[in-house]
Design a protein. Structure first.
Lengths: 113, 113
């Protein structure tokens, strides 16, 4: 069975500080990977997607970047956090290129002060 | 405006009752998905219904799709307290090899004992 793990569970960070969020998928080779952001009480917005190692496409510009250093790992980061980065960050994977079935991780809650 | 959106912000029912969440969308689609998100968790896909399908069931859940009116419904029968969650519909948008679902803002369902 496939499992998806995100870390950390939650973070409180200062404006201007760096951020790194991680996501690991086990039990599935070459998954499509996605990062989503959800503002408090808001809808889900796709930020990045990756079809293969080393390849990441940006969907929305939010002064964030993403990388896929390994087949099963997806990293979301920024050098300088903004207040508007607060929210719930979700990693998801899809078993096929169609991508219409996505499995979400437990999420990381970020508060920027 | 959202390409997919649920018609009600919140619903409240008692255990055992049935409830229906409605969704409307604004583009032609190949599929529509219903997700459930419990507090503090990532979304979980409940039903994926394709544009050539009119109805799909998953246990106590039943989704319908009306492409002529660009609307969908998710019905839950014999509700339980654990059905308390936010329910989202999402429509597909495939671009450049990426499947990018567009989520509505969600309908918050509370099931009272």
């Amino acid at each position: 069975a496939q499992t998806i793990h995100q870390w950390p569970v939650a973070e409180i960070k200062a404006v201007g500080s760096p951020l790194s969020l991680g996501c690991t998928i086990k039990g599935k080779s070459s998954p499509n990977l996605y990062w989503y952001w959800q503002a408090t009480g808001g809808t889900l917005q796709q930020l990045f997607y990756s079809i293969t190692v080393g390849q990441v496409e940006s969907v929305v510009q939010l002064n964030l970047s993403a990388s896929r250093p390994k087949d099963d790992q997806f990293i979301l980061s920024t050098e300088k956090l903004l207040l508007s980065h607060s929210g719930f960050y979700l990693c998801a994977w899809s078993p096929d290129r169609g991508g219409d079935t996505q499995y979400f991780g437990p999420g990381t809650r970020l508060l920027v002060l | 405006s959202q390409l997919a959106e649920e018609n009600l912000w919140a619903l409240s029912v008692h255990e055992g009752e049935s409830v229906t969440v409605n969704c409307s969308y604004k583009t032609s689609i190949t599929a529509l998905q219903w997700y459930r998100q419990k507090s503090g968790e990532g979304p979980a896909q409940l039903i994926l219904i394709r544009s050539n399908e009119r109805e799909k069931r998953n246990g106590r859940l039943r989704a319908t799709l009306d492409t002529s009116s660009q609307s969908s419904s998710l019905s839950i029968t014999a509700t339980r307290c654990e059905d308390t969650a936010v329910y989202f519909c999402a429509t597909d948008w495939a671009s450049g090899g990426n499947y990018k679902p567009t989520f509505g803002k969600g309908t918050s369902l509370v099931v009272h004992p």
